[in-house]
Design a protein around this ligand. Structure first.
Ligand code: GN1
Ligand code: MG
Length: 368
């Protein structure tokens, strides 16, 4: 699918050789992502940034380039291999890390990490344990990153009360004329209004610390080595911003401990898989138990529920708005995703005690 648009964007990065093939990756719901192979056998990821979502590509790339350089130095010092353990972005010939095409589209490019794969759905608790370690280590490596130099790439990204207001506005406006069809789902959300501000209240009271977090820790945002099947590299760095550890932990559970895919339609197949939950929690706390405070530990399981709630509410909001934000493959896709997340929440509510007990066991295992 080599288009003129792709050829033109690729050439802005001044790499040698001609494009020999292009493959589109469609697992991400926001940007347009292509694997580009050259006749010299080099492989890159070329991405068209979704500027409806990311309005300031300069700020976005400033964050990503700064963070990946920092990670790269730390990985090198620790005796690791930065070429496989973090992303390497390529500047354009003018030194900038993104290219504006003739239509105003924004493109960036990085080196493709070879011999690696992702999971859209976890196969075992080991997969999640490994992902948990990577995301835990990621937060640790960024603990000394100057948070005040980071742009807020999406304002109020995980501010759940603000997401809730956006949801109410979408219900009120009913732009796509779909409200009548989703009264049940709307009631599911409004019944849980009190949850929306629990973490932001603790943050305001100073009981939860702001950290440099990833904020989009979906299972398919970590690469696994083909040979070892171990997670090696955290990707999709667009939302690195100051945030709560609970957002990162929570979103990983939302996506990784779901017994089914995010858009499974058969609600009976959807539940929080406690083995997968335990695997992730074990991996994550093996890296972070010493640095998280008691309030964070206490709220990990709730964070999983809250991130599932927020995401489900965002899918429903987008459905009400006429599918303007998330990439959809068919009419009603966002509603399917919302119902899926709401079913997952019900099973988390039923299992909250068990999830909390697993967290405490893992904490005991990794603290003296
Ligand atoms: C988006 O870009 P991707 O597909 O990794 C979204 C996340 C959602 C997720 C749901 C910037 O992540 O917040 O949790 O879809 N990213 C953005 O699958 O909105
Ligand atoms: Mg992604």
């Amino acid at each position: 699918m080599l288009t003129n648009e792709i050829r033109e964007a690729f050439s802005a990065f001044g790499r040698k050789g001609e494009i020999s093939s292009v493959e589109q990756l469609t697992a991400g719901l926001i940007n347009a992502t292509y694997i580009v192979t050259t006749d010299a056998g080099e492989k890159y990821i070329l991405q068209k940034i979704n500027t409806f979502v990311f309005k300031n590509p300069d700020g976005l790339m400033h964050n990503i380039v700064g963070v990946t350089k920092h990670l790269s130095e730390k990985i090198e010092k620790a005796g690791g291999n930065p070429a496989r353990e973090t992303l390497k972005f390529i500047p354009c010939e003018d030194g900038k890390y993104w290219h504006k095409d003739a239509e105003g589209g924004a493109w960036r490019m990085y080196v493709y990490v070879d011999r690696a794969h992702t999971y859209n759905k976890a196969e075992s608790a080991d997969t999640l344990r490994s992902a948990g370690k990577s995301f835990g280590r990621f937060m640790k490596l960024l603990a000394d990153y100057p948070a005040d130099t980071l742009y807020e790439t999406i304002v109020n990204f995980h501010n759940t009360p603000s997401r809730y207001r956006d949801f109410l506005e979408a219900v009120e406006k009913d732009t796509a004329g779909r409200r009548a069809e989703v009264e049940k789902e709307i009631a599911f959300v409004t019944a849980r209004e009190a949850d929306t501000h629990r973490l932001t209240d603790l943050l305001a009271k100073g009981e939860l610390p702001l950290r440099v977090t990833h904020n989009d820790t979906k299972l398919n945002n970590v690469l696994f080595d083909d040979e070892l099947d171990e997670s090696i590299c955290v990707i999709d760095l667009d939302t690195i911003m100051p945030g709560l550890s609970l957002y990162d932990f929570g979103d990983s559970i939302r996506s990784g401990a779901n017994s089914a895919k995010e858009d499974e339609t058969d609600l009976e197949k959807i539940y929080v898989d406690l083995d997968l939950f335990a695997g992730y929690t074990d991996g994550y706390l093996s890296e972070t138990a010493e640095s998280l405070n008691d309030k964070e530990i206490e709220n990990l399981a709730f964070g999983a529920k809250l991130m599932t709630f927020e995401c489900g509410m965002r899918f429903l909001t987008d459905y009400l708005n006429g599918d303007v934000y998330f990439r959809t493959a068919y009419e009603g896709h966002n509603l399917v995703r919302a119902r899926n997340q709401f079913r997952l929440i019900e099973t988390m509510e039923e299992n909250m005690d068990k999830m909390e007990a697993i967290v405490m066991d893992c904490k005991a295992k990794y603290t003296k």
